[in-house]
Structure formats: C-alpha cells, structure tokens
Design a protein. Sequence first.
Length: 209
Amino acid sequence: MIDNITMNFVKETLKSLQDEKRFTHTEGVAEEAYNLGMIFIPSEAEKLRLAGYLHDVTKCFNVDRQLALCEEYGIGINLENLTPKLLHARTGCEFARQLFGKEIVDDEIYSAIMNHTTGKAGMSLFDTIIYLADYIEINRTFEDCVNLRNYFYDNIKNATTAEEKKEVLRKTLVLSFNYTLKDLVKEDRRIDSDTVEARNYFLTTKNCF
Ligand code: DGI
Ligand code: FE
Ligand code: FE
C-alpha cells in the first residue's frame, strides 16, 4: 500500500529535481499511468501512478552527471555508441532506489524506469503501461503522440473483453515503436537494439501479456 505521506514526499522531491515543464510532464505521466492501470490492472493503478512520478527522476541532470552516476552505479557505457537521451532511464532506476529505498522502488518500479524509453522485448504489462503513459500523456502535443493517444482511446472503447483490450494495447505498442523508429531514421540518429527488439517482439507475439 502506498500511503499519502509517501506519495506527497515523492511528489515534492520530484518537483525539486525537475524544472517546471518536466514536472508538468511527470504529473501527466502519473495520471495517465493510473488511468491505463484502471483499464488493465486496477489493483496496481496506485503503484503505476507512483512509477509515473518516478520515471524521469534523473531527466534534468546533464550528461556529465549522468555519466558520473553510470560510473558510481557500475553501469557499463560504450562511449562510442553513447546516446545521451537514453542515459536517464539507466540511471533513474538506481537513483530512485537509493533516494527512496527498495521498499518504495521495488523490482517492478525499478524495471519500469529502466525500460521506459527504449522498451524491451518481453517487458511486463507494468513496464508497458509506464512506457505508453510516457508517450501519450495529456501534455504531449507532438503529432505522433496525439495520433497514438487517439488510436489507443478510439480502439479501447470498442474492446469489451480483457483479451480484446490487450490486443488494442499490443497494436498501440507496435504503432508507437514504428513512429519512434521512423523518426529516428528521419533524423539520422542511432537506434538502440532494445527499441528494435521491443518492436519485433510486440509485432510477432500475440499473447504477450
Ligand atoms: O524522457 P522523455 O522525454 O519523457 O521520454 P523518453 O524517455 O521516452 O525519451 C523519448 C526520446 O527517446 C524520443 O526522442 C525518442 C528517443 N528514443 C527512443 N528510443 C531510442 C531513442 N533515441 C535514440 N537515439 N535511440 C533509440 O533507440
Ligand atoms: Fe524519459
Ligand atoms: Fe517521460
């Protein structure tokens, strides 16, 4: 159970670690994660909100600080293949755990922070909800994000059984990875193998949840 004191402590700490725009996004992800949780795993909805608050905990740290954390935590970084944007997911899980303890940042939340940017083949339903909430939260106005939000909510309202809802989720995930991969190619940026493997996994694994 997550009590109000814990939740308020997490919120206030995050507010102090992020600039205003990032904290607005963080609150958007927390609410979206709760809403998606109510559709797919109501018993975990509160915990998903907490994970939403934590997902970008190190996002406002500069690259030097990210790299220093990688060294401190023993996270191996290949400098030649360095993609600075991806570092905050790798550092965030451990930073959050050291800050709030293993009781709050348990393995499920740790994994959701770790996988929220690239996704991962075989990722859990909990991980997936944080990944998708990050993409479609209400403050995102980028065209791909709006399209993905509309795709998900247009289709989920016609899904009645749990199986149908999970199929909508799977297809939404494939679309999200397609958007991300197209964008990365267009911008001539490096693609992490986890992003590609996550896309292939959801494309070909029908009963993934
Ligand atoms: O931290 P946020 O901005 O809220 O969102 P995020 O952690 O999902 O990061 C989104 C960015 O990460 C977006 O610009 C796409 C990018 N991204 C996702 N997978 C890859 C990637 N960037 C690169 N270079 N390579 C990837 O494989
Ligand atoms: Fe992020
Ligand atoms: Fe985010």
